[in-house]
Design a protein around this ligand. Sequence first.
Ligand code: HEC
Length: 159
Amino acid sequence: MMTINNRAIRYLMPALLLSGLFLFGEVSAHGGATGIVKERMDLMKSMGDRMKKIAAMVKGKETFDAAWIAVSAQEIKQAAPEIAHLFPEGSLHKPSEALPRIWQERGRFDEMTEQMILEAGKLSDLATAGDRRSIMLQFTRLGKTCSACHTDFREKDKD
Ligand code: HEC
């Protein structure tokens, strides 16, 4: 059992690294946020916390708990539709890191949210089924939908 898990981790590690999944521990620019900017940062932060914990499980730093992953992925899926309401045009007050491009390419932004919802749903289903390798692969896919949107629609870290 242990051997299979370790082999799966070794196999998946490069993909996980490439997808930037180990960056979920990033320092947030949260301090001093108010109103809708704070609301969306809170939402993103709670999704980030879940992803970080799943990443720790995938890396073997925490006990792998497929049932917890299933519930967390489901929570991400259910919370994500809120994203559509949390980015009204021009809501860029400090310390927001959102880019004005969101409103120039709103269709693409919303599609990326939809894609994330889809992948989160798949992760929840796979985690319920319990096959560790499929869970890890799907976790990578979900993580890529997060980083894809951040790459295009969020300011790069300044520090
Ligand atoms: C459709 C685009 C989009 C998707 C999908 C998306 N994000 Fe974000 N995320 C953003 C934007 C834009 C910001 C910056 C918001 C701001 O600063 O006003 C952000 C900010 C964040 C932050 C920083 C919050 C803070 O406190 O400053 C974290 C953490 C985060 N996202 C995690 C995630 C995770 C994890 C996922 C996937 C499960 C995800 N995001 C999916 C667009 C997205």
